[in-house]
Design a protein around this ligand. Structure first.
Ligand code: F6R
Length: 241
């Protein structure tokens, strides 16, 4: 595990974008596992700027996103499909047929999860997986539990996650209750994993996840076992170490 300490959110975003950009330069037809949430927004801004400046080319890149709300049409402004288009895909030259997310409107959970695992397998697995971390240690929507989930699966969101995501909706009732998420095994099989974290409110969970025991009660803790895991975090997020 490698820790890159940055002064603030802006530097975290630039450094993490530089790692993703190096991946794309070294392997133009790479598979990027992408994340939503507040933290990666600054990364995507940098990637868009570097693309516009002619330094990055996404024409051969394939993307697979971590997760998607179940039951939310992709046109909904808070779907992860919309988020990714608004923040990245609409502004770079990635091919629409190279973009993959779970289909939140396929209500047959078993079929959708099996389909998504096949997609990830058929593109040859993930070269670089970008992650954020929830306050309870979740990665993707892999919430604390008594076992690590394996492949893509359907989850019921915890009250804490619903509360945290409420800021994106008009009110709590509008927040979807379920989601499809890549499982821990898929994340662990990515050849590189890059996590970005910012802010004092994440300091406690960073300490627990990466300096405590590996346990499904703190899903991110499993990344301690990943052979190529980089944590890019600002001083506030690392303040308890
Ligand atoms: C996003 C995702 C989540 C977030 C996590 C942190 O696709 O799967 O695990 O990475 O909830 O979110 P932020 O960055 O908003 O603190």
């Amino acid at each position: 595990m490698r820790i890159v300490r940055t002064k603030d959110y802006e530097e975290m975003s630039r450094k993490a974008a530089a790692i993703i950009s190096a991946q794309v330069v070294i392997k133009p037809d790479c598979v990027l596992g992408l994340a939503t949430g507040g933290t990666p927004v600054g990364i995507y801004k940098n990637l868009v700027n570097w693309y516009k400046g002619g330094d990055l080319d996404f024409s051969e890149v394939t993307s697979v996103n971590l997760d998607e709300y179940r039951g939310l049409p992709r046109e909904h402004k808070e779907s992860y499909w919309s988020f990714m288009h608004r923040n990245l895909f609409d502004h770079v030259n990635i091919k629409p047929e190279h973009i993959n997310l779970p289909d939140g409107m396929n209500m047959d959970a078993d079929a959708e999860c099996a389909r998504y695992d096949k997609v990830i397998e058929s593109v040859g697995g993930i070269d670089l997986q970008l992650l954020g971390i929830g306050h309870d240690g979740h990665i993707g929507f892999n919430e604390p539990s008594n076992a690590f989930d394996l492949g893509t699966h359907c989850v019921k969101l915890t009250d804490e996650t619903i509360d945290a995501n409420q800021r994106f909706f008009n009110n709590r009732d509008e927040v979807p209750r379920e989601a499809y998420t890549m499982g821990t095994r898929t994340i662990m099989q990515a050849r590189k994993v890059l996590m970005v974290v910012s802010g004092k409110d994440k300091a406690e969970i960073i300490k627990k996840a990466f300096f405590g025991p590996v346990t499904p009660e703190v899903p991110a803790s499993i990344l301690q076992m990943h052979p190529d895991f980089t944590l890019v975090a600002d001083e506030d997020a690392l303040s308890l170490l």
